[in-house]
Design a protein around this ligand. Sequence first.
Ligand SMILES: [Zn+2]
Length: 143
Amino acid sequence: MTTDGLVAPKPGNTVIRIGSDARASIAGFRCDACGAAFTERTLACRACASRTPPAEFRAAETGHLHTWSVVHRSYPGVAVPFVSAIVDLDDGLTLKGTLHGVDVENLRHGLPVALVFDDAGGARDKEGVPYVGFHFQPRENQA
Ligand SMILES: [Zn+2]
């Protein structure tokens, strides 16, 4: 619950954090020794083997398309085709998500994208509490 009595949404996956203001963000973990960024909490750095656990930070909400796959077959109820994207966020974190709002012929490495939090397809838990998900969209007109 938030302080004003509204029900705070739940994170739809392990990288999403919900702040006390009910705003969503992406959590990253950065190594103080080498600066490498990860999407998972670890006991040691996977890049330099520092034994100091990488510290959590609030990830950037802009980045660039690194690579992608156009998905033509999926589970029943999931509209295809869609673009499964790997995005390099501007703070060094790499994140996988769906890219909306771009025609396939306009996909290119380095396409500027923004992170957008959404309603996770309308998903709710058994008490009706909504989940928060995310997707990416181009930062320039690509449609
Ligand atoms: Zn490191």
